[in-house]
Design a protein around this ligand. Structure first.
Ligand code: NAD
Length: 490
């Protein structure tokens, strides 16, 4: 803890005190308007760093730089792109402690999770680096009198817009495949946690990424973000964030016919049948809502429990939640840190009141911790019904809603009875039921007898209001590339 604190103080003094700028065409620059905004520390809401505030002029410069750089980057052999991407991964690994500390300071996420998030960032680059040489491969489709073959080509400069919850890891998940495919990038990170995007830009530059291939513009969604989605030189937008923002982006991108990829909100169910291994299920249920501050798109924020085990299982969750350590995110012992921003903190806290109004029981938590910063107690609502707001709306904090069910049919109805469909989790020892239920769940990803464990080649994404499109493995290349067919008459 002391070492983390010391590093944090040093980084604040040496780096953050200078403020952070855009990175456009290989240069660190202020906003054209000269304007800035403050990002605050979630621990005490005191100013953490002054950030360049971009608008359409900064986006235009960045899009132009990405367009110019695209002409060469797209033609670079995949093997050379692979080498650069591996160097980026090496540097992420080398600077992982710095990344983790800055990410914790900026987001309030506990450092114990941010170390592995930095490692995942490096892994994302390695994974797509190794696929870069074959990214453009197509297939051969012979026909009578013709040879048909297809190739894949990078779509062009792309916009990447990311949220505040785990910004470093999420950004690499989008930027690495875009670069591997041969696209150039303009990244607009979230205004509440802009710091680690600067580190990533620095690392990519140091790794030898050519100027203009990756550009970073800070700013608010309604100006910098909006301009990016409207810019004619930007061919596609990969967006991670709220469902309503996704709708805005679709509208904003309509005039320029943007290709969009959306990873949006969730209200993911974990379903626990009475024949499950309940000790393992308990560990997973607790982990999947109370890790990463519950500010995690795949968190299981609704637990559906078979009625015979409901009382005992919820009592065990409450006991575990009550023992979770809330505190300074830089302390390795901390499990839940402060929520990212006072506005988000107020939103999460409003559900404590809502739960009471709706007639649910607060089995544990349901309150703020301390007088400074955005700390809340890990919370469990019991006695909830699926039509309550606490069961329908994405709270995006360490807050779990428990609902009992009678049988498989009712469990499926409850699991599917929300507007979202990102992830689903299911615990049972009946293998036939596991498959049947998994196939019936309306979600893009289902884990059976497991918490969320990512395997990077598998498709990642949501259905219903949780998203459009898939990431991972070749699915990412489908988004960042165009397939072209060439027919040669014989
Ligand atoms: P948000 O939608 O408020 O903001 C996300 C980004 O979009 C920010 O960079 C913001 O500046 C930008 N933005 C806002 N308005 C815009 C506009 N009109 N045009 C262009 N850009 C705009 O989301 P958030 O609050 O930062 O993040 C939390 C949300 O993200 C949650 O709903 C969570 O579920 C979701 N999320 C989803 C996944 C996933 O993989 N499905 C992963 C992480 C987070």
């Amino acid at each position: 803890h002391a070492a983390n604190r010391q590093l944090a103080d040093q980084l604040r003094a040496e780096r953050l005190s200078k403020g952070i700028q855009h990175f456009i065409g290989g240069e660190w620059v202020d906003a054209v308007s000269g304007q800035t905004f403050e990002a605050n520390s979630p621990v005490d809401n005191a100013p953490l760093v002054t950030v360049a505030r971009g608008d359409e002029r900064d986006i235009d410069r960045a899009a132009q730089a990405a367009h110019d750089a695209f002409q060469e980057w797209r033609l670079l052999p995949g093997k050379e792109r692979r080498a650069v991407l591996h160097r980026i991964a090496d540097l992420i690994e080398k600077r992982s402690q710095e990344i983790a500390v800055l990410e914790s300071l900026d987001t309030g996420q506990a450092i114990r999770f941010m170390k592995s998030a930095a490692a995942r960032g490096a892994e994302n680059f390695r994974f797509f680096a190794d696929r870069a040489p074959a990214a453009q491969d197509g297939q051969s489709l012979p026909a009578p009198g013709f040879v048909n073959y297809s190739i894949r080509q990078p779509i062009g400069p792309v916009g990447v817009i990311t949220p505040w919850n785990t910004p470093f890891m999420l950004s690499t998940w989008k930027i690495a495949p875009a670069l591997a495919a041969g696209c150039t990038v303009v990244h607009k990170p979230a205004e509440w946690s802009p710091v680690s995007a600067t580190l990533l830009a620095e690392i990519m530059d140091e790794a030898g990424l050519p100027k203009g291939v990756h550009n970073l513009v800070h700013g608010f969604g309604e100006d910098a973000g909006k301009s990016l989605t409207e810019h004619p030189l930007i061919k596609a937008v990969a967006f991670v964030g709220e469902t309503t923002t996704g709708s805005h982006i679709m509208r904003q991108g309509a005039d320029t016919l943007k290709r969009v990829h959306f990873e949006l909100g969730g209200k993911n169910a974990v379903v626990v049948f009475d024949d499950a291994d309940l000790d393992k299920a308990l560990d997973a249920v607790v982990f999947m809502i109370y890790s990463l501050n519950g500010e995690r798109c795949t968190s299981s924020s609704r637990v559906l429990i078979q009625e015979g085990i409901y009382d005992e299982f919820t009592a065990r969750i409450a006991e575990r939640a009550g023992n979770i350590r809330v505190g300074d995110p830089l302390d390795p012992a901390t499990e839940v840190g402060p929520l990212v921003h006072p506005r988000h903190f107020e939103k999460v806290c409003s559900y404590f009141e809502k739960a009471r109004e709706e007639g649910a029981t607060i089995a544990v938590g349901g309150e703020k911790v301390g007088d400074t910063g955005n700390f809340v107690r890990p919370t469990l609502f019991t006695g909830a019904r699926n039509d309550m707001q606490i069961a329908q709306e994405e709270i995006f904090g360490p807050v779990l809603t428990a609902i009992p069910f009678k049988d498989e049919a009712e469990a499926l109805q409850l699991a599917n009875g929300v507007r979202y469909g990102l992830a689903g989790y299911l615990w049972t020892s009946d293998v036939t039921r596991a498959h049947r239920f998994a196939q019936g769940m309306e979600a893009g990803m289902i884990w059976v007898n497991s918490e969320n464990v990512r395997h990077l080649p598998t498709p990642f994404g949501g259905v219903k209001d949780s998203g459009i499109g898939r990431d991972g493995g070749d699915y990412s290349f489908e988004f960042y590339m165009e397939t072209k067919n060439i027919a040669v008459s014989l």
